[in-house]
Design a protein. Structure first.
Length: 385
């Protein structure tokens, strides 16, 4: 409490401790962690308890302490209508996932750190935070970047947006994903206490989006039925839709364009994806007409890789489509890169054993890719995924 006008008051609540007290009163056994739960005999009841924490509970907590503490406002002031009105100053929304074998959880998180150090780029922050970025959007103090902070032996992944911060780290037996809103107006219009449920739901969506992105980018497996299905024509003979042959440069460019995170939060339109595909193919925009883009969007939609937002001209990438796009792009960048011969030519000054090994590796990759590699990948350029 501030002892000066207008007598500011700061109220701090730990939601995990509040939930633990509710479970104790209900006689439900649990094992607590630092700001989390490792085990509970009734998980459904635990989730229900966490969901019930709302503005009325916060207000009741505040009112109870107003009656107990020496207060700067006298009874006369209160009778005259002077009150403290609570608003949201900082809100943390967290998700803790427990691994039965902690060693696998740590290995997974370390792999995530290696593969997702570009989540903080400006066009990719919008994938996590459901707010459209404009030229007037204030950047974080340290800029749009992903920071990995190592304190002792616990690395922490940070992604910043305006005044908010998304943090993820592995501790003990669980991975903790936490979104902290240091200014609630980053994602909503007001700071009123009544907006707590909405802000909490936004935080949950951000946490889940990060985990979904990490899961898709970390997984390298695509089901064989999906690969076989998309390469076959579908539909009746009168309206048959061609398959998506993965050896086709145009299909490869389409899948690489789908990896662009900038259009994922709100979807994309014909005019959003068309310049990207044309660039990846090395074509002028006039050569790749809007009609050709419409034809390709129809193929992607009917094969289940994208879906159309009802009553709009926007499309969203399906989970299967995003995973396939990630895998195909990764194979191209790691195995089928068309400039591998230039790389070998630039290594002529390397020691002979190393240069010989690189030549043998290149020959093995050419054999693995097959004779169609030179015609299937020469037109497309790699796209940062």
């Amino acid at each position: 409490m501030g002892t000066y006008l207008p007598y500011p008051v700061r109220v701090c609540l730990n939601g995990h401790h509040w939930a633990q007290q509710q479970l104790r009163q209900a006689g439900i056994a649990f094992e607590a962690l630092d700001n989390g739960f490792r085990w509970c005999e009734n998980p459904a009841r635990l989730q229900a308890v966490c969901d019930t924490l709302g503005p009325n509970d916060v207000q009741a907590f505040f009112t109870r302490w107003v009656d107990r503490l020496p207060w700067p406002l006298t009874h006369v002031d209160r009778a005259a209508g002077y009150r403290h009105r609570l608003s949201l100053w900082q809100v943390e929304v967290s998700l803790t996932q427990i691994f039965r074998e902690p060693v696998y959880g740590r290995r997974w998180f370390e792999a995530i750190l290696r593969e997702n150090l570009d989540l903080g780029r400006p066009d990719r922050v919008s994938l996590l935070f459901p707010t459209r970025m404009t030229r007037a959007t204030p950047p974080p103090k340290r800029g749009y970047r992903t920071r990995v902070i190592t304190a002792e032996v616990t690395p922490t992944l940070h992604v910043s947006f305006k005044h908010s911060d998304l943090k993820q780290y592995f501790k003990g037996c669980g991975i903790r994903t936490e979104t902290t809103f240091n200014d609630p107006t980053d994602v909503q219009r007001t700071k009123g206490l009544e907006t707590l449920p909405h802000l909490r739901e936004v935080g949950r969506c951000i946490n889940q989006r990060l985990l979904d992105t990490e899961r898709l980018s970390h997984s390298f497996a695509v089901s064989q039925p999906l690969v076989d299905r998309i390469q076959q024509p579908i539909g009746p003979a009168s309206r048959r839709v061609a398959g998506l042959r993965l050896s086709d440069p145009r299909v490869l460019a389409l899948l690489q364009a789908l990896c662009s995170f900038s259009h994922l939060p709100l979807g994309f339109r014909n005019r959003d994806l068309r310049p990207q595909v044309a660039h990846l193919l090395g074509w002028d925009l006039a050569r790749y007409s809007p009609g050709a883009m419409t034809y390709d969007l129809r193929r992607l939609r009917l094969h289940g890789l994208i879906r159309r937002v009802p009553h709009t001209f926007r499309y969203l990438v399906t989970p299967a489509g995003l995973q396939l796009a990630f895998v195909v792009s990764r194979i191209y960048l790691r195995l089928l890169h068309p400039d591998s011969t230039d790389v070998l030519a630039s290594t002529s000054d390397l020691p002979e054993p190393l240069h010989k090994a690189l030549v043998q590796l290149d020959a093995a990759l050419q054999l693995l890719a097959g004779p169609s590699q030179s015609t299937s990948t020469s037109a497309a350029q790699p796209h940062a995924a």
